[in-house]
Design a binder for this molecule. Structure first.
Ligand code: AMP
Ligand code: TRP
Length: 365
């Protein structure tokens, strides 16, 4: 039986090859055998400050990127999260069963709210250490430490509630549609786990309401690493443009970035955990060409990084050029019409689920 599949992407930053290989490419492949719903999560995007005009522009652009990447509106539902108010409504209800400690544990929150959230987690421990230290600490050191402490607490105090609550809204996104499968990058698996926990808790307390979803990551695509640092994932917020290949990079830029990509010691082209930079480049090659890593190793026996990188750049350009041509050909009106149809479909599904939820919670009809 066809499975209901749901995934979302934020309309922020420049989408890069990691987003495509780790998320969008899988969606395109899965839409044939599943009943897929893809959501552009603008309510999530505003958990960090956004310029309104830029947000509108990005939202439209992301929708076009989905279509250019091969999301087919005849097969899949594509819509904007804020067009379906049930997301916010269910998010609120789920807030009442989510626990502070569960959200404090979320890696993405800890990263986005800086070191301070981690400290909050460790506060019991810290308080103990503090008590012991204060007695023998010299006054100058103590003052400096307290100053630091105060600054981090002030920073924590200014972190938005929305950022903290982000995973609960994501749970609402998923649970509204009786989702079976959630294809995401590995950084989002923790949020999918939380979604399962909330669904189970709700079902137990209020009666069978939500389908328990499963997260799905593909092995090679799950984590595309930075071209300038293979130990960190490729990221649109990276310090250097040489970290990522944007989906909008032109051929010259791609060639330059691949040429500059860091490599490992030695000169053979081998796929190995001990060569993380090369492994990452081979992963990209594999995912875009359909060749296996063994086939790629064989192609470059007796050759070096130079040949490998030249070919890899052309494989990427060979994907990006037609992609960008399709992107440029999609008009605003076309995409707006797709989004309207998508929102109408999603709204109907969400309304049916919300009716159940309201009844189970005990809201008067
Ligand atoms: P983000 O860009 O963080 O909003 O992520 C959008 C989607 O792309 C999520 O499913 C992420 O897990 C995925 N993603 C982001 N960066 C990478 C990466 N470097 N490798 C693989 N997937 C990624
Ligand atoms: N949190 C996801 C990300 O940052 C985006 C997202 C929002 C999502 N709601 C979702 C992904 C529901 C899958 C399902 O990438």
């Amino acid at each position: 039986m066809a499975k209901r599949l749901f995934s979302g992407i934020q309309p922020s930053g420049n989408l890069h090859l990691g987003n495509y290989l780790g998320a969008i490419k899988q969606w395109v492949e899965m839409q044939d055998d599943n009943e897929a719903i893809f959501c552009i999560v603008d309510l999530h995007a505003i958990t960090v400050a956004q310029d309104p005009a830029e947000l509108r522009r990005k939202t439209l652009e992301i929708a076009k990127i989905y279509l250019a990447a091969g999301i087919d509106p005849a097969k899949s539902t594509l819509f904007i999260q804020s067009h379906v108010s049930a997301h916010a409504e269910l998010g609120w209800i789920l807030n009442t069963i989510a626990r502070m400690a569960e959200l404090e544990r979320m890696t993405q929150f800890k990263e986005k709210s800086s070191d301070v959230a981690k400290r909050i987690q460790q506060r019991t421990l810290a308080a103990k250490v503090l008590q012991e230290e204060v007695i023998e600490e010299d006054p100058g050191r103590r003052l400096a430490r307290l100053q630091l402490e105060r600054e981090s607490l002030q920073r924590y105090a200014s972190v938005g509630v929305g950022l903290f609550d982000y995973p609960v809204l994501m749970a609402a996104d998923i649970l509204l549609y009786d989702t079976n499968v959630v294809p995401v990058g590995d950084d989002q698996m923790q949020h999918v786990e939380l979604t399962r926990t909330l669904a189970e808790r709700f079902n137990k307390r209020f009666g069978e309401t939500f389908v328990i979803p499963e997260g799905k990551i593909t092995k090679e695509g799950a984590r595309i690493m930075g071209l300038d640092d293979p130990l960190k994932k490729m990221s649109k917020s990276a310090g250097s443009v040489y970290n990522y290949i944007a989906l909008t990079d032109d051929a010259q830029t791609v060639r330059k970035k691949i040429k500059k990509a860091v490599t490992d010691s030695g000169s053979e082209i081998v796929y190995h955990d001990e060569k993380p930079a090369l492994k990452n480049l081979i992963n990209i090659y594999t995912l875009l060409s359909g060749k296996t890593s063994q086939e790629i190793e064989k192609m470059y026996v007796g050759k070096g990084y130079g040949d490998f990188k030249t070919d890899l750049a052309e494989v990427i350009v060979g994907f990006l050029t037609p992609f960008q041509e399709r992107l440029a050909a999609i008009s605003d009106d076309t995409v707006l019409a797709v989004l309207k149809t998508g929102a109408d479909k999603a709204r109907a599904l969400a309304a049916a689920k919300m009716e159940q939820v309201r009844e189970h919670v005990g809201f008067l009809e």
